[in-house]
Design a protein around this ligand. Structure first.
Ligand code: FAD
Ligand code: DLZ
Ligand code: SF4
Length: 507
Protein backbone atom coordinates (compact mmCIF):
# COMPACT_ATOMS: atom_id res chain seq x y z
CA UNK A 1 0.00 0.00 0.00
CA UNK A 2 1.30 3.41 -0.98
CA UNK A 3 0.22 6.94 -0.15
CA UNK A 4 -0.70 9.21 -3.08
CA UNK A 5 -0.15 12.88 -2.26
CA UNK A 6 -2.44 15.41 -3.94
CA UNK A 7 -1.49 19.05 -3.36
CA UNK A 8 -3.86 22.01 -3.45
CA UNK A 9 -2.86 22.91 -7.00
CA UNK A 10 -3.02 19.33 -8.30
CA UNK A 11 -6.78 18.89 -8.39
CA UNK A 12 -6.89 16.98 -11.69
CA UNK A 13 -8.42 13.49 -12.07
CA UNK A 14 -5.75 12.51 -14.61
CA UNK A 15 -2.83 13.62 -12.45
CA UNK A 16 0.22 11.43 -13.04
CA UNK A 17 0.29 10.29 -9.38
CA UNK A 18 -3.31 9.08 -9.59
CA UNK A 19 -2.68 7.33 -12.89
CA UNK A 20 0.29 5.53 -11.37
CA UNK A 21 -1.62 4.22 -8.34
CA UNK A 22 -4.40 1.79 -7.64
CA UNK A 23 -7.65 2.95 -6.06
CA UNK A 24 -8.22 -0.52 -4.58
CA UNK A 25 -5.00 -0.61 -2.58
CA UNK A 26 -3.45 2.86 -2.36
CA UNK A 27 -4.58 5.77 -0.19
CA UNK A 28 -4.85 9.41 -1.25
CA UNK A 29 -3.52 12.00 1.20
CA UNK A 30 -4.80 15.56 1.07
CA UNK A 31 -4.16 18.12 3.80
CA UNK A 32 -4.95 21.73 4.56
CA UNK A 33 -1.80 22.80 6.42
CA UNK A 34 -0.59 25.99 8.02
CA UNK A 35 2.85 25.79 6.35
CA UNK A 36 1.28 26.10 2.90
CA UNK A 37 -1.36 28.58 4.00
CA UNK A 38 1.19 30.93 5.56
CA UNK A 39 4.55 30.79 3.72
CA UNK A 40 3.36 34.14 2.41
CA UNK A 41 0.27 35.94 3.74
CA UNK A 42 -2.00 34.72 0.95
CA UNK A 43 -5.11 36.67 0.04
CA UNK A 44 -8.07 35.16 1.97
CA UNK A 45 -9.94 34.53 -1.32
CA UNK A 46 -6.97 32.50 -2.57
CA UNK A 47 -6.87 30.32 0.55
CA UNK A 48 -10.65 29.86 0.48
CA UNK A 49 -10.55 28.92 -3.20
CA UNK A 50 -7.85 26.31 -2.66
CA UNK A 51 -9.40 24.76 0.46
CA UNK A 52 -12.90 24.65 -1.04
CA UNK A 53 -11.64 23.16 -4.29
CA UNK A 54 -9.55 20.61 -2.32
CA UNK A 55 -12.57 19.51 -0.28
CA UNK A 56 -14.73 19.09 -3.37
CA UNK A 57 -11.98 17.23 -5.20
CA UNK A 58 -11.60 14.84 -2.24
CA UNK A 59 -15.33 14.09 -2.45
CA UNK A 60 -15.04 13.47 -6.17
CA UNK A 61 -12.16 11.05 -5.64
CA UNK A 62 -14.17 9.16 -3.00
CA UNK A 63 -17.13 9.01 -5.41
CA UNK A 64 -14.73 7.58 -7.98
CA UNK A 65 -13.77 4.80 -5.57
CA UNK A 66 -10.59 6.14 -3.97
CA UNK A 67 -9.87 5.97 -0.24
CA UNK A 68 -8.98 9.52 0.76
CA UNK A 69 -7.57 10.73 4.07
CA UNK A 70 -8.32 14.43 4.25
CA UNK A 71 -6.93 16.64 7.02
CA UNK A 72 -8.75 19.88 7.66
CA UNK A 73 -6.85 22.91 8.89
CA UNK A 74 -8.52 22.78 12.31
CA UNK A 75 -8.23 18.99 12.84
CA UNK A 76 -6.54 18.53 16.24
CA UNK A 77 -4.02 16.00 14.84
CA UNK A 78 -2.96 18.28 11.96
CA UNK A 79 0.87 18.33 11.89
CA UNK A 80 0.94 21.69 10.11
CA UNK A 81 3.03 20.68 7.10
CA UNK A 82 2.66 18.45 4.06
CA UNK A 83 5.65 16.33 5.05
CA UNK A 84 4.41 16.05 8.65
CA UNK A 85 1.04 14.84 7.41
CA UNK A 86 2.66 12.28 5.10
CA UNK A 87 4.85 10.90 7.88
CA UNK A 88 1.84 10.67 10.21
CA UNK A 89 -0.30 8.91 7.59
CA UNK A 90 2.53 6.58 6.57
CA UNK A 91 2.79 5.38 10.19
CA UNK A 92 -0.98 5.12 10.54
CA UNK A 93 -1.37 2.91 7.44
CA UNK A 94 2.06 1.28 7.50
CA UNK A 95 2.60 2.59 3.97
CA UNK A 96 5.43 1.35 1.78
CA UNK A 97 6.09 4.84 0.43
CA UNK A 98 4.66 7.98 -1.13
CA UNK A 99 3.89 8.64 -4.79
CA UNK A 100 3.48 12.25 -5.86
CA UNK A 101 3.42 14.49 -8.89
CA UNK A 102 6.25 17.03 -8.87
CA UNK A 103 5.16 20.19 -7.01
CA UNK A 104 5.38 23.63 -8.61
CA UNK A 105 7.82 25.10 -6.09
CA UNK A 106 11.43 24.24 -5.30
CA UNK A 107 10.63 24.67 -1.61
CA UNK A 108 8.24 21.70 -1.60
CA UNK A 109 10.33 19.62 -4.00
CA UNK A 110 13.19 19.83 -1.49
CA UNK A 111 10.97 19.12 1.53
CA UNK A 112 9.39 16.02 -0.08
CA UNK A 113 12.76 14.76 -1.25
CA UNK A 114 14.16 14.97 2.30
CA UNK A 115 11.44 12.95 4.05
CA UNK A 116 12.38 9.76 5.92
CA UNK A 117 10.03 7.83 3.62
CA UNK A 118 10.46 6.03 0.31
CA UNK A 119 9.27 8.49 -2.33
CA UNK A 120 8.49 8.34 -6.02
CA UNK A 121 8.18 11.68 -7.84
CA UNK A 122 6.45 11.74 -11.23
CA UNK A 123 6.54 14.47 -13.89
CA UNK A 124 3.62 16.87 -13.94
CA UNK A 125 2.34 16.06 -17.41
CA UNK A 126 -0.52 18.54 -17.28
CA UNK A 127 1.99 20.79 -19.04
CA UNK A 128 2.71 20.58 -22.74
CA UNK A 129 6.50 20.73 -22.58
CA UNK A 130 8.56 18.44 -20.35
CA UNK A 131 11.55 19.91 -18.49
CA UNK A 132 13.79 18.01 -20.91
CA UNK A 133 12.06 19.48 -23.97
CA UNK A 134 12.41 23.00 -22.63
CA UNK A 135 16.05 22.49 -21.68
CA UNK A 136 16.81 21.00 -25.10
CA UNK A 137 15.16 23.98 -26.76
CA UNK A 138 17.11 26.41 -24.54
CA UNK A 139 20.48 24.67 -24.83
CA UNK A 140 23.02 26.66 -26.81
CA UNK A 141 20.69 29.60 -27.50
CA UNK A 142 22.02 33.04 -26.71
CA UNK A 143 18.57 34.47 -26.10
CA UNK A 144 15.56 32.51 -24.87
CA UNK A 145 12.80 34.33 -26.70
CA UNK A 146 9.30 33.06 -26.03
CA UNK A 147 8.18 33.44 -29.65
CA UNK A 148 10.34 30.61 -31.01
CA UNK A 149 9.46 28.29 -28.18
CA UNK A 150 5.78 29.08 -28.78
CA UNK A 151 6.04 28.04 -32.43
CA UNK A 152 7.38 24.66 -31.34
CA UNK A 153 4.40 24.29 -28.98
CA UNK A 154 2.03 25.12 -31.84
CA UNK A 155 3.64 22.41 -33.92
CA UNK A 156 3.61 19.95 -31.03
CA UNK A 157 -0.07 20.46 -30.17
CA UNK A 158 -1.32 21.13 -33.71
CA UNK A 159 -3.25 24.12 -32.35
CA UNK A 160 -4.07 26.67 -35.06
CA UNK A 161 -2.01 24.82 -37.62
CA UNK A 162 -2.81 24.49 -41.29
CA UNK A 163 -0.65 21.49 -42.15
CA UNK A 164 2.84 22.59 -41.19
CA UNK A 165 1.95 26.29 -41.60
CA UNK A 166 0.41 28.59 -39.01
CA UNK A 167 -3.28 29.26 -39.47
CA UNK A 168 -3.82 32.45 -41.48
CA UNK A 169 -0.17 32.52 -42.59
CA UNK A 170 1.31 34.23 -39.52
CA UNK A 171 2.37 32.85 -36.14
CA UNK A 172 1.54 35.95 -34.14
CA UNK A 173 -1.20 38.57 -34.49
CA UNK A 174 -0.15 40.68 -31.53
CA UNK A 175 0.09 43.92 -33.50
CA UNK A 176 -3.74 43.79 -33.82
CA UNK A 177 -4.12 43.39 -30.06
CA UNK A 178 -3.17 46.76 -28.65
CA UNK A 179 -6.32 48.80 -28.84
CA UNK A 180 -6.79 51.39 -26.12
CA UNK A 181 -9.65 51.10 -23.65
CA UNK A 182 -13.09 51.08 -25.26
CA UNK A 183 -15.85 53.29 -23.87
CA UNK A 184 -17.88 50.35 -22.73
CA UNK A 185 -17.61 46.60 -22.25
CA UNK A 186 -20.39 44.38 -23.57
CA UNK A 187 -19.37 41.23 -21.68
CA UNK A 188 -20.77 40.63 -18.20
CA UNK A 189 -18.30 37.97 -17.03
CA UNK A 190 -16.66 36.40 -15.23
CA UNK A 191 -19.40 33.97 -14.27
CA UNK A 192 -19.92 34.23 -10.52
CA UNK A 193 -20.99 31.33 -8.30
CA UNK A 194 -22.98 31.55 -5.08
CA UNK A 195 -21.16 29.70 -2.29
CA UNK A 196 -22.70 26.32 -1.40
CA UNK A 197 -22.40 24.68 2.04
CA UNK A 198 -18.88 23.38 1.42
CA UNK A 199 -17.69 26.82 0.39
CA UNK A 200 -19.53 28.53 3.26
CA UNK A 201 -17.77 26.27 5.81
CA UNK A 202 -14.42 27.16 4.30
CA UNK A 203 -15.25 30.86 4.25
CA UNK A 204 -15.99 30.74 7.99
CA UNK A 205 -12.71 28.96 8.64
CA UNK A 206 -10.70 31.39 6.51
CA UNK A 207 -12.41 34.42 8.05
CA UNK A 208 -11.51 33.15 11.54
CA UNK A 209 -7.91 32.14 10.76
CA UNK A 210 -6.79 34.55 8.03
CA UNK A 211 -9.08 37.52 8.56
CA UNK A 212 -6.11 39.85 9.08
CA UNK A 213 -4.44 39.04 5.78
CA UNK A 214 -4.59 41.67 3.03
CA UNK A 215 -7.68 41.00 0.91
CA UNK A 216 -11.44 40.90 1.12
CA UNK A 217 -12.96 37.45 1.58
CA UNK A 218 -16.64 38.11 0.82
CA UNK A 219 -18.37 38.28 -1.55
CA UNK A 220 -16.72 35.07 -2.73
CA UNK A 221 -17.70 34.05 -6.25
CA UNK A 222 -14.95 31.81 -7.68
CA UNK A 223 -15.76 28.45 -9.22
CA UNK A 224 -14.54 25.69 -6.91
CA UNK A 225 -14.91 22.55 -9.03
CA UNK A 226 -14.32 21.54 -12.62
CA UNK A 227 -18.01 21.63 -13.56
CA UNK A 228 -18.33 25.26 -12.51
CA UNK A 229 -14.99 26.24 -14.04
CA UNK A 230 -16.12 24.71 -17.35
CA UNK A 231 -19.39 26.62 -17.27
CA UNK A 232 -17.44 29.82 -16.71
CA UNK A 233 -15.08 28.94 -19.58
CA UNK A 234 -17.96 28.33 -22.00
CA UNK A 235 -19.56 31.61 -20.98
CA UNK A 236 -16.30 33.49 -21.55
CA UNK A 237 -15.61 31.85 -24.91
CA UNK A 238 -18.98 33.03 -26.13
CA UNK A 239 -19.01 36.50 -24.58
CA UNK A 240 -15.40 37.47 -23.87
CA UNK A 241 -13.07 35.71 -26.30
CA UNK A 242 -14.20 37.51 -29.49
CA UNK A 243 -12.93 40.85 -28.11
CA UNK A 244 -10.14 39.46 -25.89
CA UNK A 245 -7.45 40.22 -28.45
CA UNK A 246 -8.46 43.77 -29.28
CA UNK A 247 -8.60 44.95 -25.67
CA UNK A 248 -6.04 42.67 -24.05
CA UNK A 249 -3.85 45.59 -22.99
CA UNK A 250 -6.60 48.06 -22.05
CA UNK A 251 -7.45 49.19 -18.50
CA UNK A 252 -10.63 50.82 -17.25
CA UNK A 253 -11.39 52.44 -13.91
CA UNK A 254 -14.84 50.86 -13.70
CA UNK A 255 -14.17 47.46 -15.26
CA UNK A 256 -11.95 45.08 -13.35
CA UNK A 257 -12.12 42.17 -15.78
CA UNK A 258 -12.75 43.63 -19.27
CA UNK A 259 -12.61 40.72 -21.72
CA UNK A 260 -10.08 38.67 -19.75
CA UNK A 261 -10.69 34.97 -19.23
CA UNK A 262 -10.13 34.83 -15.44
CA UNK A 263 -9.05 31.22 -15.80
CA UNK A 264 -5.48 31.39 -14.48
CA UNK A 265 -6.59 30.30 -11.02
CA UNK A 266 -8.60 27.38 -12.40
CA UNK A 267 -5.92 26.12 -14.78
CA UNK A 268 -3.14 26.49 -12.22
CA UNK A 269 -5.07 24.59 -9.54
CA UNK A 270 -5.90 21.81 -11.98
CA UNK A 271 -9.65 22.39 -12.37
CA UNK A 272 -9.19 23.10 -16.08
CA UNK A 273 -6.64 21.48 -18.34
CA UNK A 274 -4.66 23.96 -20.46
CA UNK A 275 -5.10 21.97 -23.67
CA UNK A 276 -8.84 21.61 -23.13
CA UNK A 277 -9.06 25.39 -22.74
CA UNK A 278 -7.03 26.02 -25.90
CA UNK A 279 -9.02 23.50 -27.93
CA UNK A 280 -12.27 25.13 -26.85
CA UNK A 281 -10.93 28.52 -28.01
CA UNK A 282 -9.70 27.05 -31.29
CA UNK A 283 -13.13 25.52 -31.89
CA UNK A 284 -14.72 28.97 -31.49
CA UNK A 285 -12.42 30.19 -34.27
CA UNK A 286 -13.15 27.20 -36.53
CA UNK A 287 -16.88 27.76 -35.99
CA UNK A 288 -16.55 31.40 -36.99
CA UNK A 289 -17.44 32.64 -33.48
CA UNK A 290 -14.15 34.35 -32.62
CA UNK A 291 -11.53 36.08 -34.79
CA UNK A 292 -8.04 34.72 -35.33
CA UNK A 293 -6.26 37.60 -33.57
CA UNK A 294 -8.20 36.88 -30.35
CA UNK A 295 -7.83 33.11 -30.46
CA UNK A 296 -4.16 33.14 -31.45
CA UNK A 297 -3.42 35.74 -28.76
CA UNK A 298 -5.16 33.65 -26.12
CA UNK A 299 -3.57 30.35 -27.13
CA UNK A 300 -0.16 32.05 -27.18
CA UNK A 301 -0.61 33.09 -23.55
CA UNK A 302 -1.23 29.50 -22.53
CA UNK A 303 0.95 27.26 -24.68
CA UNK A 304 3.51 30.03 -25.17
CA UNK A 305 3.97 32.23 -22.11
CA UNK A 306 2.65 29.85 -19.48
CA UNK A 307 4.83 26.96 -20.64
CA UNK A 308 7.81 29.19 -21.27
CA UNK A 309 7.87 30.76 -17.80
CA UNK A 310 7.59 27.33 -16.23
CA UNK A 311 10.55 26.17 -18.30
CA UNK A 312 12.59 29.14 -17.09
CA UNK A 313 11.66 28.58 -13.42
CA UNK A 314 12.83 24.99 -13.44
CA UNK A 315 15.85 25.62 -15.63
CA UNK A 316 17.15 28.49 -13.51
CA UNK A 317 16.88 26.66 -10.19
CA UNK A 318 15.94 27.48 -6.60
CA UNK A 319 18.05 30.66 -6.37
CA UNK A 320 16.06 32.37 -9.15
CA UNK A 321 13.80 34.20 -6.69
CA UNK A 322 16.77 35.76 -4.88
CA UNK A 323 18.17 37.51 -7.97
CA UNK A 324 18.54 41.25 -7.96
CA UNK A 325 20.53 42.21 -11.04
CA UNK A 326 19.75 45.92 -10.69
CA UNK A 327 20.64 46.07 -6.99
CA UNK A 328 17.26 47.49 -6.00
CA UNK A 329 16.67 47.75 -2.26
CA UNK A 330 13.80 50.15 -1.55
CA UNK A 331 11.14 48.86 0.89
CA UNK A 332 7.81 47.92 -0.65
CA UNK A 333 5.66 50.98 0.11
CA UNK A 334 2.47 50.80 2.16
CA UNK A 335 0.37 51.70 -0.89
CA UNK A 336 0.84 48.10 -2.05
CA UNK A 337 -1.10 47.07 1.05
CA UNK A 338 -3.90 49.51 0.42
CA UNK A 339 -2.53 52.66 2.08
CA UNK A 340 -3.57 55.92 0.43
CA UNK A 341 -1.77 57.11 -2.67
CA UNK A 342 -2.61 59.94 -5.02
CA UNK A 343 -1.65 57.80 -8.02
CA UNK A 344 -5.02 56.68 -9.32
CA UNK A 345 -3.67 53.86 -11.50
CA UNK A 346 -1.84 52.26 -8.56
CA UNK A 347 -4.69 52.89 -6.12
CA UNK A 348 -7.23 51.27 -8.48
CA UNK A 349 -5.04 48.28 -9.29
CA UNK A 350 -4.30 47.64 -5.61
CA UNK A 351 -7.95 48.14 -4.61
CA UNK A 352 -9.18 45.60 -7.13
CA UNK A 353 -6.41 43.22 -6.11
CA UNK A 354 -7.57 43.57 -2.52
CA UNK A 355 -11.21 42.99 -3.49
CA UNK A 356 -10.82 40.22 -6.08
CA UNK A 357 -7.37 38.62 -5.69
CA UNK A 358 -7.14 39.52 -9.38
CA UNK A 359 -5.64 42.11 -11.67
CA UNK A 360 -5.06 41.52 -15.34
CA UNK A 361 -1.73 41.25 -17.06
CA UNK A 362 -1.21 44.88 -18.03
CA UNK A 363 -2.18 46.11 -14.57
CA UNK A 364 0.36 43.68 -13.05
CA UNK A 365 3.07 44.55 -15.59
CA UNK A 366 2.61 48.22 -16.45
CA UNK A 367 1.07 49.66 -13.29
CA UNK A 368 2.30 47.95 -10.09
CA UNK A 369 5.22 46.18 -11.77
CA UNK A 370 6.35 49.23 -13.71
CA UNK A 371 6.10 51.37 -10.60
CA UNK A 372 8.10 48.92 -8.45
CA UNK A 373 10.82 48.71 -11.09
CA UNK A 374 11.08 52.47 -11.69
CA UNK A 375 11.09 53.15 -7.93
CA UNK A 376 13.80 50.54 -7.36
CA UNK A 377 11.94 48.32 -4.92
CA UNK A 378 13.63 45.18 -3.57
CA UNK A 379 12.55 42.44 -6.05
CA UNK A 380 12.22 39.83 -3.29
CA UNK A 381 9.57 41.97 -1.57
CA UNK A 382 7.84 42.54 -4.90
CA UNK A 383 7.91 38.79 -5.56
CA UNK A 384 6.43 37.97 -2.15
CA UNK A 385 3.68 40.54 -2.68
CA UNK A 386 2.62 39.06 -6.03
CA UNK A 387 2.84 35.53 -4.66
CA UNK A 388 0.52 36.47 -1.80
CA UNK A 389 -2.14 38.62 -3.41
CA UNK A 390 -3.22 36.84 -6.60
CA UNK A 391 -5.46 33.77 -6.58
CA UNK A 392 -3.51 32.28 -9.49
CA UNK A 393 -0.06 32.72 -7.90
CA UNK A 394 2.29 29.78 -7.38
CA UNK A 395 6.01 30.30 -7.51
CA UNK A 396 6.66 28.44 -10.80
CA UNK A 397 4.52 30.95 -12.70
CA UNK A 398 4.67 34.03 -10.50
CA UNK A 399 8.45 34.24 -10.00
CA UNK A 400 9.49 34.32 -13.67
CA UNK A 401 6.81 36.91 -14.34
CA UNK A 402 7.89 39.10 -11.43
CA UNK A 403 11.62 38.52 -11.01
CA UNK A 404 12.17 38.14 -14.75
CA UNK A 405 9.58 39.83 -16.90
CA UNK A 406 8.55 42.64 -14.61
CA UNK A 407 11.54 43.53 -12.42
CA UNK A 408 14.43 42.60 -14.74
CA UNK A 409 16.05 41.13 -11.61
CA UNK A 410 17.28 38.09 -13.56
CA UNK A 411 19.41 40.41 -15.68
CA UNK A 412 17.46 39.87 -18.90
CA UNK A 413 16.82 36.14 -19.23
CA UNK A 414 13.11 36.65 -19.92
CA UNK A 415 12.89 40.29 -21.01
CA UNK A 416 15.28 41.61 -23.63
CA UNK A 417 14.79 45.08 -22.15
CA UNK A 418 12.98 46.30 -19.05
CA UNK A 419 9.22 46.79 -19.22
CA UNK A 420 9.13 50.46 -18.23
CA UNK A 421 7.04 53.37 -19.33
CA UNK A 422 6.27 56.92 -18.37
CA UNK A 423 2.69 57.94 -17.61
CA UNK A 424 2.02 58.22 -21.35
CA UNK A 425 1.52 54.50 -21.87
CA UNK A 426 -0.94 54.23 -18.96
CA UNK A 427 -2.76 57.28 -20.28
CA UNK A 428 -3.03 55.77 -23.77
CA UNK A 429 -4.29 52.38 -22.58
CA UNK A 430 -6.63 53.42 -19.74
CA UNK A 431 -8.94 56.07 -18.37
CA UNK A 432 -7.05 56.24 -15.05
CA UNK A 433 -5.31 59.55 -15.67
CA UNK A 434 -8.53 61.53 -16.06
CA UNK A 435 -9.38 60.74 -12.42
CA UNK A 436 -5.91 61.28 -10.98
CA UNK A 437 -4.59 64.00 -8.70
CA UNK A 438 -1.41 64.04 -10.79
CA UNK A 439 -1.28 65.40 -14.32
CA UNK A 440 0.06 62.95 -16.85
CA UNK A 441 0.93 65.80 -19.24
CA UNK A 442 3.25 67.40 -16.65
CA UNK A 443 6.81 66.21 -16.96
CA UNK A 444 8.00 68.28 -14.00
CA UNK A 445 6.42 70.47 -11.35
CA UNK A 446 4.26 69.81 -8.28
CA UNK A 447 1.58 67.88 -10.19
CA UNK A 448 3.86 65.91 -12.49
CA UNK A 449 2.91 62.25 -12.86
CA UNK A 450 5.44 60.26 -10.78
CA UNK A 451 5.86 57.77 -13.63
CA UNK A 452 7.20 60.65 -15.77
CA UNK A 453 9.81 61.56 -13.17
CA UNK A 454 10.79 58.04 -12.17
CA UNK A 455 11.11 56.87 -15.76
CA UNK A 456 14.07 59.16 -16.40
CA UNK A 457 15.47 58.57 -12.93
CA UNK A 458 15.55 54.83 -13.68
CA UNK A 459 17.18 55.26 -17.09
CA UNK A 460 19.72 57.67 -15.71
CA UNK A 461 20.78 55.51 -12.77
CA UNK A 462 21.04 52.37 -14.93
CA UNK A 463 22.68 54.03 -17.89
CA UNK A 464 25.72 51.74 -17.90
CA UNK A 465 23.57 48.66 -18.19
CA UNK A 466 20.96 49.82 -20.68
CA UNK A 467 22.36 52.52 -22.94
CA UNK A 468 23.97 49.89 -25.16
CA UNK A 469 20.76 47.93 -25.78
CA UNK A 470 19.71 48.84 -29.34
CA UNK A 471 15.98 49.16 -28.57
CA UNK A 472 16.74 51.54 -25.70
CA UNK A 473 19.07 53.83 -27.58
CA UNK A 474 16.21 56.11 -28.59
CA UNK A 475 15.19 56.74 -25.00
CA UNK A 476 18.72 57.76 -24.07
CA UNK A 477 18.94 60.03 -27.11
CA UNK A 478 15.75 61.83 -26.00
CA UNK A 479 17.18 62.17 -22.49
CA UNK A 480 20.50 63.44 -23.77
CA UNK A 481 18.81 66.01 -26.00
CA UNK A 482 17.00 67.62 -23.03
CA UNK A 483 18.72 70.71 -21.76
CA UNK A 484 20.84 70.33 -18.65
CA UNK A 485 18.54 72.32 -16.39
CA UNK A 486 15.54 70.23 -17.34
CA UNK A 487 17.46 67.00 -16.73
CA UNK A 488 18.59 68.26 -13.33
CA UNK A 489 15.03 69.30 -12.43
CA UNK A 490 13.65 65.88 -13.38
CA UNK A 491 16.26 64.04 -11.32
CA UNK A 492 15.88 66.35 -8.35
CA UNK A 493 12.09 66.10 -8.35
CA UNK A 494 12.24 62.31 -8.71
CA UNK A 495 14.67 62.08 -5.80
CA UNK A 496 12.46 64.28 -3.65
CA UNK A 497 9.38 62.30 -4.57
CA UNK A 498 11.11 59.05 -3.62
CA UNK A 499 12.21 60.59 -0.30
CA UNK A 500 8.59 61.46 0.45
CA UNK A 501 7.60 57.90 -0.45
CA UNK A 502 10.28 56.52 1.88
CA UNK A 503 9.09 58.87 4.60
CA UNK A 504 5.69 57.19 4.51
CA UNK A 505 3.82 60.10 2.92
CA UNK A 506 0.68 59.25 0.94
CA UNK A 507 2.26 60.44 -2.31
P1 FAD B 1 -5.92 36.15 -19.58
O1 FAD B 1 -5.38 37.51 -19.79
O2 FAD B 1 -7.33 35.95 -19.97
O3 FAD B 1 -4.96 35.10 -20.26
C1 FAD B 1 -5.29 33.73 -20.38
C2 FAD B 1 -4.32 32.81 -19.70
O4 FAD B 1 -3.04 32.87 -20.29
C3 FAD B 1 -4.07 33.05 -18.23
O5 FAD B 1 -5.09 32.53 -17.42
C4 FAD B 1 -2.76 32.33 -18.02
O6 FAD B 1 -2.96 30.95 -17.78
C5 FAD B 1 -2.05 32.50 -19.33
N1 FAD B 1 -1.06 33.58 -19.25
C6 FAD B 1 -1.15 34.82 -19.77
N2 FAD B 1 -0.01 35.51 -19.59
C7 FAD B 1 0.81 34.69 -18.90
C8 FAD B 1 2.12 34.84 -18.40
N3 FAD B 1 2.83 35.96 -18.56
N4 FAD B 1 2.64 33.81 -17.71
C9 FAD B 1 1.95 32.67 -17.53
N5 FAD B 1 0.70 32.47 -17.98
C10 FAD B 1 0.15 33.47 -18.67
N6 FAD B 1 0.01 34.38 -14.04
C11 FAD B 1 -0.29 33.39 -13.19
O7 FAD B 1 -0.95 32.41 -13.59
N7 FAD B 1 0.11 33.42 -11.89
C12 FAD B 1 0.82 34.46 -11.39
O8 FAD B 1 1.16 34.47 -10.21
C13 FAD B 1 1.15 35.54 -12.27
N8 FAD B 1 1.86 36.61 -11.82
C14 FAD B 1 2.16 37.62 -12.69
C15 FAD B 1 2.93 38.69 -12.23
C16 FAD B 1 3.30 39.71 -13.09
C17 FAD B 1 4.15 40.84 -12.60
C18 FAD B 1 2.88 39.66 -14.43
C19 FAD B 1 3.27 40.74 -15.36
C20 FAD B 1 2.12 38.61 -14.89
C21 FAD B 1 1.75 37.57 -14.03
N9 FAD B 1 0.99 36.48 -14.48
C22 FAD B 1 0.71 35.46 -13.61
C23 FAD B 1 0.57 36.37 -15.89
C24 FAD B 1 -0.81 36.98 -16.19
O9 FAD B 1 -0.85 38.30 -15.73
C25 FAD B 1 -1.94 36.16 -15.57
O10 FAD B 1 -1.82 34.82 -15.98
C26 FAD B 1 -3.29 36.66 -16.01
O11 FAD B 1 -3.43 38.02 -15.67
C27 FAD B 1 -4.39 35.82 -15.37
O12 FAD B 1 -5.63 36.34 -15.68
P2 FAD B 1 -6.61 35.69 -16.76
O13 FAD B 1 -6.84 34.27 -16.42
O14 FAD B 1 -7.79 36.60 -16.86
O15 FAD B 1 -5.72 35.75 -18.04
C1 DLZ C 1 -1.22 27.61 -1.95
C2 DLZ C 1 -1.68 26.50 -1.06
C3 DLZ C 1 -2.33 26.79 0.14
C4 DLZ C 1 -2.70 28.17 0.51
N1 DLZ C 1 -2.67 25.81 0.99
C5 DLZ C 1 -2.42 24.52 0.68
C6 DLZ C 1 -2.72 23.47 1.58
O1 DLZ C 1 -3.19 23.69 2.68
N2 DLZ C 1 -2.48 22.20 1.19
C7 DLZ C 1 -1.92 21.92 -0.02
O2 DLZ C 1 -1.76 20.73 -0.33
N3 DLZ C 1 -1.58 22.90 -0.86
C8 DLZ C 1 -1.80 24.19 -0.55
N4 DLZ C 1 -1.43 25.19 -1.39
C9 DLZ C 1 -0.76 24.83 -2.65
C10 DLZ C 1 0.71 24.50 -2.41
O3 DLZ C 1 1.35 25.57 -1.74
C11 DLZ C 1 1.31 24.23 -3.79
O4 DLZ C 1 1.15 22.89 -4.09
C12 DLZ C 1 2.74 24.64 -3.90
O5 DLZ C 1 2.80 26.01 -3.83
C13 DLZ C 1 3.39 24.15 -5.19
O6 DLZ C 1 2.86 24.76 -6.33
FE1 SF4 D 1 -1.08 56.95 -13.00
FE2 SF4 D 1 0.30 59.15 -13.67
FE3 SF4 D 1 -2.00 58.60 -14.87
FE4 SF4 D 1 -1.97 59.36 -12.30
S1 SF4 D 1 -1.34 60.58 -14.06
S2 SF4 D 1 -3.16 57.69 -13.20
S3 SF4 D 1 -0.08 58.40 -11.60
S4 SF4 D 1 -0.13 57.38 -14.98
Amino acid sequence: MRLVLILGDQLSPHLSALRKCDKDTDIVVMAEVMDEASYVAHHPKKIAFIFAAMRKFATKLRDDGWTVTYTRLDDPDNCGSITGELIRRAAEYDAAGVVYTEPGEWRLIAALGNMPLKTHSLPDDRFIATHQEFDDWAAGRKALRMEYFYRDMRRKTGLLMDGDKPEGGKWNYDHENRKPAPNDIDYSGPMQFTPDDVVEDVLDLVAARFGDNFGTLRPFWFATDTGQARRHLTYWIKGGLPQFGDYQDAMLDDHRFLYHAIIGLYVNAGLLNPLEVCRAAEQAYRDGDAPLNAVEGFIRQIIGWREYVRGIYFREGPDYVTRNALGHDRELPAMFWGADTAMNCVAKTVAQTQAEAYAHHIQRLMVTGNFALLAGIDPMQVHEWYLAVYADAYEWVEAPNVIGMSQFADGGIIASKPYISSGNYIHKMSDYCGNCAYRVQDKTGPDACPFNLLYWHFLDRHRDRFAGIPRMGNMYRVWDRMDDTKRETVLEEATNWLARLDGGEAV
